[in-house]
Write a protein that binds this ligand. Structure first.
Ligand SMILES: NC(=O)c1ccc[n+]([C@@H]2O[C@H](COP(=O)([O-])OP(=O)(O)OC[C@H]3O[C@@H](n4cnc5c(N)ncnc54)[C@H](OP(=O)(O)O)[C@@H]3O)[C@@H](O)[C@H]2O)c1
Length: 327
Protein backbone atom coordinates (compact mmCIF):
# COMPACT_ATOMS: atom_id res chain seq x y z
CA UNK A 1 0.00 0.00 0.00
CA UNK A 2 1.07 3.58 -0.60
CA UNK A 3 0.14 6.62 1.47
CA UNK A 4 -0.57 10.32 1.04
CA UNK A 5 -1.30 13.27 3.30
CA UNK A 6 -4.70 14.92 3.66
CA UNK A 7 -5.00 18.35 5.25
CA UNK A 8 -2.32 21.02 5.53
CA UNK A 9 -2.18 22.13 9.19
CA UNK A 10 0.82 20.28 10.68
CA UNK A 11 -1.12 19.65 13.91
CA UNK A 12 -4.15 18.10 12.21
CA UNK A 13 -3.09 16.65 8.86
CA UNK A 14 -3.19 12.86 8.49
CA UNK A 15 -1.45 10.25 6.43
CA UNK A 16 -3.90 7.90 4.73
CA UNK A 17 -3.70 5.00 2.31
CA UNK A 18 -4.06 6.04 -1.33
CA UNK A 19 -7.17 3.86 -1.69
CA UNK A 20 -10.11 4.59 0.61
CA UNK A 21 -12.85 2.06 1.44
CA UNK A 22 -16.54 2.98 1.44
CA UNK A 23 -18.74 1.48 4.16
CA UNK A 24 -22.00 2.87 2.77
CA UNK A 25 -23.81 -0.46 2.45
CA UNK A 26 -22.15 -2.19 5.40
CA UNK A 27 -24.70 -3.10 8.03
CA UNK A 28 -27.58 -2.93 5.56
CA UNK A 29 -27.22 -4.56 2.13
CA UNK A 30 -23.85 -6.09 3.07
CA UNK A 31 -24.22 -8.30 6.15
CA UNK A 32 -22.04 -7.96 9.24
CA UNK A 33 -19.89 -11.03 8.63
CA UNK A 34 -19.01 -10.01 5.07
CA UNK A 35 -18.51 -6.37 6.10
CA UNK A 36 -16.08 -7.35 8.89
CA UNK A 37 -14.18 -9.62 6.48
CA UNK A 38 -13.84 -6.76 3.95
CA UNK A 39 -12.76 -4.29 6.66
CA UNK A 40 -10.26 -6.77 8.15
CA UNK A 41 -8.71 -7.50 4.76
CA UNK A 42 -8.49 -3.79 3.95
CA UNK A 43 -6.59 -3.10 7.17
CA UNK A 44 -4.40 -6.17 6.72
CA UNK A 45 -3.42 -4.84 3.27
CA UNK A 46 -2.40 -1.49 4.80
CA UNK A 47 -5.66 0.42 4.18
CA UNK A 48 -6.22 3.24 6.67
CA UNK A 49 -8.99 5.44 5.22
CA UNK A 50 -12.64 4.41 5.68
CA UNK A 51 -15.70 6.41 4.61
CA UNK A 52 -19.22 6.51 6.04
CA UNK A 53 -22.04 8.99 6.76
CA UNK A 54 -24.70 9.56 9.38
CA UNK A 55 -27.38 8.77 6.77
CA UNK A 56 -26.03 5.44 5.43
CA UNK A 57 -28.03 3.65 4.32
CA UNK A 58 -31.46 5.16 5.02
CA UNK A 59 -32.84 4.11 1.63
CA UNK A 60 -32.26 0.43 2.34
CA UNK A 61 -34.95 0.20 5.04
CA UNK A 62 -36.77 3.53 4.71
CA UNK A 63 -35.35 4.77 8.03
CA UNK A 64 -32.88 7.58 8.75
CA UNK A 65 -29.62 5.65 8.39
CA UNK A 66 -26.89 5.08 10.95
CA UNK A 67 -26.41 1.34 10.36
CA UNK A 68 -23.02 1.88 8.69
CA UNK A 69 -21.61 4.02 11.53
CA UNK A 70 -22.96 1.56 14.08
CA UNK A 71 -21.35 -1.38 12.31
CA UNK A 72 -18.03 0.49 12.15
CA UNK A 73 -18.36 1.18 15.89
CA UNK A 74 -18.82 -2.55 16.62
CA UNK A 75 -15.95 -3.44 14.28
CA UNK A 76 -13.62 -0.88 15.91
CA UNK A 77 -14.40 -2.19 19.39
CA UNK A 78 -14.11 -5.86 18.49
CA UNK A 79 -10.76 -5.35 16.71
CA UNK A 80 -9.31 -2.80 19.14
CA UNK A 81 -8.97 -0.24 16.32
CA UNK A 82 -7.58 3.12 17.46
CA UNK A 83 -6.07 6.23 15.95
CA UNK A 84 -4.25 4.40 13.17
CA UNK A 85 -7.37 4.15 11.01
CA UNK A 86 -8.92 7.38 9.73
CA UNK A 87 -12.71 7.15 9.65
CA UNK A 88 -14.46 9.93 7.75
CA UNK A 89 -18.15 10.62 8.19
CA UNK A 90 -20.65 13.17 6.91
CA UNK A 91 -23.67 15.10 8.09
CA UNK A 92 -26.32 17.26 6.50
CA UNK A 93 -28.12 14.71 4.31
CA UNK A 94 -29.75 12.61 7.00
CA UNK A 95 -33.54 12.60 6.49
CA UNK A 96 -35.32 14.28 9.38
CA UNK A 97 -37.96 11.55 9.48
CA UNK A 98 -38.27 7.94 8.42
CA UNK A 99 -39.84 7.57 5.02
CA UNK A 100 -38.37 10.86 3.72
CA UNK A 101 -35.04 11.59 2.04
CA UNK A 102 -32.27 14.15 1.70
CA UNK A 103 -34.04 15.56 -1.33
CA UNK A 104 -37.22 16.69 0.42
CA UNK A 105 -36.36 16.63 4.14
CA UNK A 106 -32.60 16.88 4.93
CA UNK A 107 -31.22 17.77 8.34
CA UNK A 108 -29.14 20.50 6.64
CA UNK A 109 -26.12 22.45 7.85
CA UNK A 110 -27.33 24.70 10.69
CA UNK A 111 -25.11 25.19 13.75
CA UNK A 112 -27.53 23.08 15.82
CA UNK A 113 -27.44 20.15 13.38
CA UNK A 114 -23.66 20.31 13.08
CA UNK A 115 -23.26 20.10 16.84
CA UNK A 116 -25.93 17.49 17.54
CA UNK A 117 -25.39 15.22 14.54
CA UNK A 118 -21.63 15.16 15.03
CA UNK A 119 -22.18 14.08 18.65
CA UNK A 120 -24.45 11.26 17.52
CA UNK A 121 -21.88 10.15 14.92
CA UNK A 122 -19.21 10.05 17.62
CA UNK A 123 -21.49 7.90 19.77
CA UNK A 124 -22.31 5.47 16.96
CA UNK A 125 -18.66 5.18 15.93
CA UNK A 126 -17.46 5.03 19.54
CA UNK A 127 -14.85 7.75 19.12
CA UNK A 128 -13.97 10.96 21.00
CA UNK A 129 -12.95 12.71 17.80
CA UNK A 130 -14.20 12.41 14.23
CA UNK A 131 -11.05 12.23 12.08
CA UNK A 132 -12.68 13.90 9.07
CA UNK A 133 -16.19 15.37 8.96
CA UNK A 134 -17.83 16.39 5.69
CA UNK A 135 -20.79 18.57 4.82
CA UNK A 136 -22.56 15.87 2.76
CA UNK A 137 -24.66 18.23 0.63
CA UNK A 138 -25.23 21.98 0.41
CA UNK A 139 -27.85 23.81 2.46
CA UNK A 140 -28.91 27.05 0.78
CA UNK A 141 -31.27 27.88 3.66
CA UNK A 142 -28.47 28.49 6.18
CA UNK A 143 -25.98 31.40 5.89
CA UNK A 144 -22.59 29.93 4.96
CA UNK A 145 -20.93 31.80 7.81
CA UNK A 146 -23.08 29.90 10.33
CA UNK A 147 -22.02 26.56 8.82
CA UNK A 148 -18.34 27.54 8.63
CA UNK A 149 -18.26 28.76 12.24
CA UNK A 150 -20.10 25.69 13.54
CA UNK A 151 -17.65 23.28 11.88
CA UNK A 152 -14.69 25.39 13.05
CA UNK A 153 -15.97 25.30 16.65
CA UNK A 154 -15.81 21.48 16.61
CA UNK A 155 -12.22 21.59 15.37
CA UNK A 156 -11.34 24.10 18.11
CA UNK A 157 -12.87 21.81 20.73
CA UNK A 158 -10.96 18.85 19.37
CA UNK A 159 -14.02 16.74 18.56
CA UNK A 160 -13.27 16.92 14.82
CA UNK A 161 -9.90 16.68 13.06
CA UNK A 162 -10.26 17.70 9.42
CA UNK A 163 -13.18 19.22 7.50
CA UNK A 164 -14.49 18.21 4.10
CA UNK A 165 -17.30 18.96 1.68
CA UNK A 166 -19.26 16.93 -0.84
CA UNK A 167 -21.71 17.56 -3.68
CA UNK A 168 -21.59 21.37 -3.58
CA UNK A 169 -20.99 23.75 -6.49
CA UNK A 170 -17.32 24.76 -6.74
CA UNK A 171 -18.23 28.41 -6.14
CA UNK A 172 -19.98 27.49 -2.87
CA UNK A 173 -16.90 25.55 -1.72
CA UNK A 174 -14.64 28.47 -2.56
CA UNK A 175 -16.97 30.94 -0.81
CA UNK A 176 -17.08 28.83 2.37
CA UNK A 177 -13.31 28.47 2.34
CA UNK A 178 -12.88 32.20 1.80
CA UNK A 179 -15.17 32.97 4.76
CA UNK A 180 -13.12 30.60 6.91
CA UNK A 181 -9.77 31.97 5.74
CA UNK A 182 -10.81 35.61 6.33
CA UNK A 183 -11.57 34.74 9.96
CA UNK A 184 -8.52 32.46 10.34
CA UNK A 185 -10.80 29.48 10.86
CA UNK A 186 -10.20 25.96 9.54
CA UNK A 187 -12.00 25.35 6.24
CA UNK A 188 -12.83 22.41 4.01
CA UNK A 189 -9.67 20.63 2.83
CA UNK A 190 -11.04 17.36 1.46
CA UNK A 191 -13.51 17.50 -1.44
CA UNK A 192 -15.60 14.38 -2.04
CA UNK A 193 -17.16 14.12 -5.51
CA UNK A 194 -18.16 11.42 -7.97
CA UNK A 195 -15.26 10.88 -10.36
CA UNK A 196 -14.24 8.09 -12.67
CA UNK A 197 -12.59 7.68 -16.07
CA UNK A 198 -15.89 7.86 -17.94
CA UNK A 199 -17.38 11.33 -17.78
CA UNK A 200 -21.12 11.93 -17.42
CA UNK A 201 -23.17 14.69 -18.93
CA UNK A 202 -23.54 17.17 -16.08
CA UNK A 203 -26.49 19.04 -17.57
CA UNK A 204 -29.07 16.35 -16.85
CA UNK A 205 -31.49 17.63 -14.18
CA UNK A 206 -32.50 15.36 -11.32
CA UNK A 207 -34.59 15.62 -8.13
CA UNK A 208 -31.72 17.15 -6.22
CA UNK A 209 -30.12 19.37 -8.86
CA UNK A 210 -32.58 20.96 -11.32
CA UNK A 211 -29.73 22.69 -13.20
CA UNK A 212 -27.72 19.48 -13.56
CA UNK A 213 -25.64 17.38 -11.18
CA UNK A 214 -23.25 19.06 -8.75
CA UNK A 215 -22.11 15.71 -7.37
CA UNK A 216 -19.75 14.97 -10.27
CA UNK A 217 -16.33 16.57 -10.31
CA UNK A 218 -16.63 18.76 -13.40
CA UNK A 219 -14.13 21.22 -14.90
CA UNK A 220 -14.84 23.95 -12.30
CA UNK A 221 -14.06 21.61 -9.43
CA UNK A 222 -11.00 20.07 -11.11
CA UNK A 223 -9.44 23.45 -11.94
CA UNK A 224 -10.06 24.54 -8.35
CA UNK A 225 -8.33 21.40 -7.10
CA UNK A 226 -5.38 22.06 -9.38
CA UNK A 227 -5.06 25.64 -8.16
CA UNK A 228 -5.20 24.94 -4.41
CA UNK A 229 -2.29 22.79 -3.28
CA UNK A 230 -3.76 22.10 0.18
CA UNK A 231 -6.77 20.22 -1.19
CA UNK A 232 -7.35 16.52 -1.81
CA UNK A 233 -10.23 15.04 -3.76
CA UNK A 234 -11.78 11.81 -2.57
CA UNK A 235 -13.40 10.27 -5.66
CA UNK A 236 -16.62 8.40 -4.89
CA UNK A 237 -18.11 5.72 -7.14
CA UNK A 238 -14.84 5.38 -9.09
CA UNK A 239 -15.95 2.00 -10.43
CA UNK A 240 -19.39 3.36 -11.34
CA UNK A 241 -21.00 0.87 -8.97
CA UNK A 242 -19.68 -2.07 -11.01
CA UNK A 243 -20.74 -0.71 -14.43
CA UNK A 244 -17.32 -1.31 -16.04
CA UNK A 245 -17.94 -5.04 -15.74
CA UNK A 246 -21.74 -4.88 -15.92
CA UNK A 247 -22.53 -2.32 -18.66
CA UNK A 248 -26.29 -2.56 -18.01
CA UNK A 249 -25.53 -0.64 -14.79
CA UNK A 250 -24.19 2.42 -16.62
CA UNK A 251 -26.46 5.37 -15.72
CA UNK A 252 -28.17 7.19 -18.59
CA UNK A 253 -26.09 10.36 -18.13
CA UNK A 254 -23.12 8.37 -19.49
CA UNK A 255 -25.02 7.67 -22.72
CA UNK A 256 -23.26 10.19 -25.00
CA UNK A 257 -20.65 10.11 -27.79
CA UNK A 258 -17.70 10.55 -25.40
CA UNK A 259 -18.25 7.22 -23.68
CA UNK A 260 -17.32 4.61 -26.36
CA UNK A 261 -13.84 6.08 -27.11
CA UNK A 262 -13.01 6.25 -23.42
CA UNK A 263 -14.18 2.67 -22.88
CA UNK A 264 -12.10 1.58 -25.88
CA UNK A 265 -8.98 3.26 -24.43
CA UNK A 266 -9.57 1.55 -21.07
CA UNK A 267 -9.94 -1.85 -22.71
CA UNK A 268 -6.78 -1.31 -24.81
CA UNK A 269 -4.72 -0.46 -21.73
CA UNK A 270 -6.23 -3.36 -19.79
CA UNK A 271 -5.16 -5.75 -22.59
CA UNK A 272 -1.64 -4.28 -22.67
CA UNK A 273 -1.10 -4.43 -18.92
CA UNK A 274 -2.95 -7.66 -18.15
CA UNK A 275 -4.90 -5.72 -15.51
CA UNK A 276 -8.68 -5.48 -15.31
CA UNK A 277 -10.57 -2.43 -16.54
CA UNK A 278 -11.49 -1.59 -12.93
CA UNK A 279 -7.79 -1.62 -12.01
CA UNK A 280 -6.86 0.60 -14.97
CA UNK A 281 -9.49 3.15 -13.88
CA UNK A 282 -8.11 3.24 -10.33
CA UNK A 283 -4.45 3.31 -11.46
CA UNK A 284 -5.30 6.22 -13.82
CA UNK A 285 -6.80 8.16 -10.88
CA UNK A 286 -3.95 7.26 -8.52
CA UNK A 287 -1.05 8.20 -10.79
CA UNK A 288 -2.46 11.41 -12.31
CA UNK A 289 -1.33 14.95 -11.64
CA UNK A 290 -4.30 15.79 -9.39
CA UNK A 291 -4.38 14.61 -5.76
CA UNK A 292 -7.19 12.05 -6.05
CA UNK A 293 -7.98 9.28 -3.56
CA UNK A 294 -10.31 6.67 -5.10
CA UNK A 295 -13.03 5.62 -2.66
CA UNK A 296 -14.10 2.10 -3.59
CA UNK A 297 -17.06 0.09 -2.43
CA UNK A 298 -16.84 -3.69 -2.15
CA UNK A 299 -19.49 -6.24 -1.29
CA UNK A 300 -16.96 -9.10 -1.11
CA UNK A 301 -13.32 -9.63 -0.24
CA UNK A 302 -12.65 -10.64 -3.87
CA UNK A 303 -13.87 -7.25 -5.14
CA UNK A 304 -11.71 -5.48 -2.57
CA UNK A 305 -8.64 -7.51 -3.61
CA UNK A 306 -9.12 -6.47 -7.22
CA UNK A 307 -9.24 -2.80 -6.23
CA UNK A 308 -6.31 -2.95 -3.81
CA UNK A 309 -4.05 -4.48 -6.47
CA UNK A 310 -4.48 -1.28 -8.51
CA UNK A 311 -2.15 0.51 -6.07
CA UNK A 312 0.73 -1.46 -7.63
CA UNK A 313 -0.25 -0.92 -11.26
CA UNK A 314 1.98 1.68 -12.94
CA UNK A 315 0.76 3.01 -16.27
CA UNK A 316 3.32 4.19 -18.84
CA UNK A 317 3.24 7.87 -19.87
CA UNK A 318 1.92 6.75 -23.27
CA UNK A 319 -0.91 4.72 -21.74
CA UNK A 320 -1.80 7.60 -19.46
CA UNK A 321 -1.86 10.14 -22.26
CA UNK A 322 -4.11 7.90 -24.38
CA UNK A 323 -6.49 7.52 -21.42
CA UNK A 324 -6.42 11.29 -20.80
CA UNK A 325 -7.00 12.21 -24.43
CA UNK A 326 -9.83 9.78 -25.34
CA UNK A 327 -13.13 11.59 -25.83
N1 LIG B 1 -20.49 11.73 -1.00
C1 LIG B 1 -21.49 11.09 -1.56
O1 LIG B 1 -22.55 11.67 -1.84
C2 LIG B 1 -21.33 9.63 -1.89
C3 LIG B 1 -22.21 9.01 -2.80
C4 LIG B 1 -22.02 7.65 -3.08
C5 LIG B 1 -20.98 6.95 -2.45
N2 LIG B 1 -20.18 7.58 -1.55
C6 LIG B 1 -19.10 6.84 -0.84
O2 LIG B 1 -18.31 6.18 -1.79
C7 LIG B 1 -18.21 4.79 -1.47
C8 LIG B 1 -18.09 3.99 -2.73
O3 LIG B 1 -19.21 4.27 -3.56
P1 LIG B 1 -19.80 3.18 -4.53
O4 LIG B 1 -20.25 2.01 -3.75
O5 LIG B 1 -20.75 3.89 -5.43
O6 LIG B 1 -18.42 2.79 -5.28
P2 LIG B 1 -18.00 1.92 -6.50
O7 LIG B 1 -16.63 1.47 -6.14
O8 LIG B 1 -18.21 2.67 -7.77
O9 LIG B 1 -19.04 0.71 -6.54
C9 LIG B 1 -18.99 -0.33 -5.61
C10 LIG B 1 -19.83 -1.45 -6.15
O10 LIG B 1 -19.28 -1.83 -7.40
C11 LIG B 1 -19.28 -3.21 -7.51
N3 LIG B 1 -17.88 -3.64 -7.55
C12 LIG B 1 -16.86 -3.24 -6.76
N4 LIG B 1 -15.73 -3.88 -7.08
C13 LIG B 1 -16.05 -4.70 -8.09
C14 LIG B 1 -15.33 -5.64 -8.83
N5 LIG B 1 -14.03 -5.85 -8.61
N6 LIG B 1 -15.98 -6.32 -9.81
C15 LIG B 1 -17.28 -6.11 -10.03
N7 LIG B 1 -18.03 -5.26 -9.35
C16 LIG B 1 -17.42 -4.56 -8.38
C17 LIG B 1 -20.00 -3.78 -6.30
O11 LIG B 1 -21.37 -3.94 -6.63
P3 LIG B 1 -22.18 -5.25 -6.15
O12 LIG B 1 -22.17 -5.19 -4.66
O13 LIG B 1 -23.55 -5.07 -6.73
O14 LIG B 1 -21.43 -6.43 -6.70
C18 LIG B 1 -19.79 -2.69 -5.28
O15 LIG B 1 -20.79 -2.65 -4.30
C19 LIG B 1 -19.48 4.50 -0.66
O16 LIG B 1 -19.30 3.37 0.16
C20 LIG B 1 -19.62 5.78 0.13
O17 LIG B 1 -18.77 5.71 1.26
C21 LIG B 1 -20.33 8.90 -1.28
Amino acid sequence: MKYRTIGSDPARRREVSVIALGAMLMGSRTDEKTSFAVLDRYVEAGGTFIDTSDNYAFWEDGGQGGQSEELLGRWRRSRGIGDEIVIATKLGARPLAAGTSYVDNPEGLSAKVIRESSERSRERLGVDRLDLLYAHIDDPTVPQRETVEAFAALVAEGTVGLLGVSNQAAWRVERARAIAAASELPGYEVLQYAHSHLRPRTDVPDDMFPDGSLGHAGPDLLTYLRAEPGLTMVAYSPLLKGAYVRPDRLPSDFDHPGTPPRLAALHDVARETGATVNQVVLAWQLGGSLPIVPLVGASSVAQLEESLAAADLELTPDQRSRLDAAH
